[in-house]
Design a protein around this ligand. Sequence first.
Ligand code: FE2
Length: 336
Amino acid sequence: VSFLDANPDPPFDVSRASQVELTASDLAETKRFYSEVLGLVVSDEDPDTLYLRGVEERGHHSFVFRRSDSAPVCERVGMRLRGVGALEKAERHFAAAGYDCRRVESAHQGGTLHLEDPAGIRLELCESMDKQPRLNTRVELHRGAACLRLDHYQIHVPDPVAAAEFYAQLGFRVSDYYAIPGADHVVGIFMHRKGSPYDIVLFEREGPRLHHVGLIVTDLQSILKACDVAGNLGYGDAIEFGPGRHALGHGYYCYLRDPDGHRIELLPPPIELIDTEDTPVRWELKGRFTESWGLPPQQSWFTEATPFRGVDVVPAPASDGPLTLERYLSARGSRV
Ligand SMILES: [Fe+2]
């Protein structure tokens, strides 16, 4: 049975999830964490802005941090467009559909469009970026995990199916989705344009809020290197969950919180899903599904996420609540 069929003829061509813009209270601290622990490279900086990219990336930035004394927010998540006239096509499409979409000047980017999707996710669509040298073979410069590139972002929304319809219309294909056993209740949807399992992942929790940004590393050893560096530099508590392996899904993970609490996932290169007859896979949520082994995530992993600037957070439907580390240990303790 198919689920949320991708529009085979989308109004314009999104190539991938490509960048995020976040606020930070102390850019020097943000720079230290992202460059020493994660190994991102500084493309540009000024007293109020920090631009970072992965060592494999030629595009100018996959992270923009703006200095702010207010509570941390996500300004927007960004996607890249592909093809001649894609930005104009996108602009016409959203204007005709009644969206408030604005063309903006954005430093180090070509044509850029801002809008809010129906779920309240603040989006940036960008047709090009200034180019920087690719540093994947400059191993003498690599630090920490030497993250290669931005892969995906996961966003919590109260109604993931409704939120996913917008992206299916734009040609995003579902790789996997998670459902409550025996019920027609879908709680997690993994969608992509680029031919790997994820560009945007939508999960049922209060939102819209940015849960994490996924960065690709070369291998598991790179994840351990990040953890070792984090420990030695005083960021041991920043390692929130993992390293571990997802029971459902496609790989290993480690989740870290940056100095402002924004969450980063490190993961090795995922599988590829290029053939269009590779239809969505439904997974029933029973038993362990977040982690294949070891301890479940602490409660913060389920409940804390970054809101979007100026967007109201809407509660999710009531549920039994996930198996947190706290519940797991308390249940185990009561059996002793
Ligand atoms: Fe992820």
